[in-house]
Write a protein that binds this ligand. Structure first.
Ligand SMILES: [Zn+2]
Length: 114
Protein backbone atom coordinates (compact mmCIF):
# COMPACT_ATOMS: atom_id res chain seq x y z
CA UNK A 1 0.00 0.00 0.00
CA UNK A 2 2.92 2.33 0.78
CA UNK A 3 4.41 1.35 -2.58
CA UNK A 4 1.26 2.38 -4.46
CA UNK A 5 1.16 5.66 -2.55
CA UNK A 6 4.73 6.43 -3.60
CA UNK A 7 3.66 6.07 -7.26
CA UNK A 8 1.45 9.14 -6.67
CA UNK A 9 3.47 11.13 -4.12
CA UNK A 10 6.89 10.99 -5.82
CA UNK A 11 5.59 12.25 -9.23
CA UNK A 12 3.73 15.06 -7.43
CA UNK A 13 6.86 16.14 -5.54
CA UNK A 14 9.04 15.92 -8.69
CA UNK A 15 6.50 18.01 -10.62
CA UNK A 16 6.29 20.61 -7.85
CA UNK A 17 10.08 20.92 -7.66
CA UNK A 18 11.10 20.72 -11.34
CA UNK A 19 7.98 21.84 -13.25
CA UNK A 20 6.68 24.49 -10.90
CA UNK A 21 4.79 26.60 -13.46
CA UNK A 22 2.90 23.60 -14.89
CA UNK A 23 3.00 21.14 -12.01
CA UNK A 24 -0.59 19.93 -12.49
CA UNK A 25 -0.01 18.93 -16.11
CA UNK A 26 3.39 17.43 -15.27
CA UNK A 27 1.95 15.44 -12.36
CA UNK A 28 -0.80 14.08 -14.59
CA UNK A 29 1.68 12.93 -17.26
CA UNK A 30 4.08 11.43 -14.70
CA UNK A 31 1.29 9.49 -12.97
CA UNK A 32 -0.22 8.41 -16.31
CA UNK A 33 2.96 6.46 -17.05
CA UNK A 34 1.74 3.91 -14.51
CA UNK A 35 0.01 2.43 -17.57
CA UNK A 36 3.35 0.64 -18.04
CA UNK A 37 2.07 -1.88 -15.48
CA UNK A 38 -0.22 -3.20 -18.23
CA UNK A 39 2.51 -5.81 -18.77
CA UNK A 40 1.47 -7.38 -15.45
CA UNK A 41 -1.53 -8.76 -17.33
CA UNK A 42 0.85 -11.19 -19.07
CA UNK A 43 1.96 -12.68 -15.74
CA UNK A 44 0.33 -15.39 -13.73
CA UNK A 45 -0.67 -14.41 -11.13
CA UNK A 46 -1.21 -10.85 -12.38
CA UNK A 47 -0.24 -9.43 -8.99
CA UNK A 48 2.19 -10.99 -6.56
CA UNK A 49 3.26 -8.73 -3.67
CA UNK A 50 6.50 -10.71 -3.23
CA UNK A 51 7.59 -10.56 -6.86
CA UNK A 52 10.28 -8.17 -8.11
CA UNK A 53 8.84 -6.48 -11.21
CA UNK A 54 12.21 -5.33 -12.51
CA UNK A 55 13.57 -7.88 -14.96
CA UNK A 56 10.38 -9.95 -14.76
CA UNK A 57 7.69 -8.06 -16.67
CA UNK A 58 8.59 -7.19 -20.32
CA UNK A 59 8.21 -3.42 -19.90
CA UNK A 60 10.27 -3.58 -16.70
CA UNK A 61 13.39 -5.13 -18.29
CA UNK A 62 16.73 -3.49 -19.06
CA UNK A 63 16.07 -2.99 -22.82
CA UNK A 64 12.79 -1.21 -22.01
CA UNK A 65 14.48 0.88 -19.31
CA UNK A 66 17.14 1.96 -21.83
CA UNK A 67 14.32 3.21 -24.08
CA UNK A 68 12.94 5.19 -21.11
CA UNK A 69 16.39 6.72 -20.58
CA UNK A 70 16.41 7.77 -24.26
CA UNK A 71 12.91 9.27 -23.89
CA UNK A 72 14.16 11.24 -20.89
CA UNK A 73 17.54 12.36 -22.27
CA UNK A 74 16.71 12.91 -25.98
CA UNK A 75 14.36 15.87 -25.43
CA UNK A 76 16.83 17.41 -22.97
CA UNK A 77 19.44 17.34 -25.74
CA UNK A 78 16.99 18.98 -28.17
CA UNK A 79 16.22 21.65 -25.58
CA UNK A 80 19.92 22.39 -25.02
CA UNK A 81 20.32 23.02 -28.75
CA UNK A 82 17.55 25.66 -28.65
CA UNK A 83 19.08 29.11 -28.28
CA UNK A 84 16.48 30.20 -25.71
CA UNK A 85 16.49 26.80 -23.94
CA UNK A 86 12.71 26.64 -24.25
CA UNK A 87 10.77 23.40 -24.40
CA UNK A 88 9.04 22.34 -27.57
CA UNK A 89 5.69 21.10 -26.20
CA UNK A 90 6.05 17.64 -27.77
CA UNK A 91 9.65 17.31 -26.58
CA UNK A 92 8.53 18.24 -23.07
CA UNK A 93 5.80 15.60 -23.22
CA UNK A 94 8.26 12.90 -24.32
CA UNK A 95 10.70 14.01 -21.61
CA UNK A 96 7.99 13.78 -18.95
CA UNK A 97 6.91 10.34 -20.16
CA UNK A 98 10.53 9.14 -19.94
CA UNK A 99 10.90 10.70 -16.51
CA UNK A 100 7.66 9.14 -15.27
CA UNK A 101 8.74 5.71 -16.50
CA UNK A 102 12.16 6.04 -14.85
CA UNK A 103 10.55 7.12 -11.56
CA UNK A 104 8.25 4.12 -11.86
CA UNK A 105 11.16 1.72 -12.43
CA UNK A 106 13.08 3.22 -9.50
CA UNK A 107 10.11 2.80 -7.17
CA UNK A 108 9.48 -0.75 -8.38
CA UNK A 109 13.21 -1.38 -7.91
CA UNK A 110 12.92 -0.39 -4.24
CA UNK A 111 10.61 -3.36 -3.79
CA UNK A 112 13.33 -5.66 -5.07
CA UNK A 113 15.76 -4.59 -2.35
CA UNK A 114 13.66 -5.66 0.63
ZN1 LIG B 1 5.60 -1.38 -12.33
Amino acid sequence: MIHLGLHFVVPLVVALVFFRTSWRNATFILIATMIVDVDHLLANPIYDPNRCSIGFHPLHTLPAILVYVALFVGPLYVRMKNKDRSWHPKARLVHLIGLGLLIHMALDGLDCMV
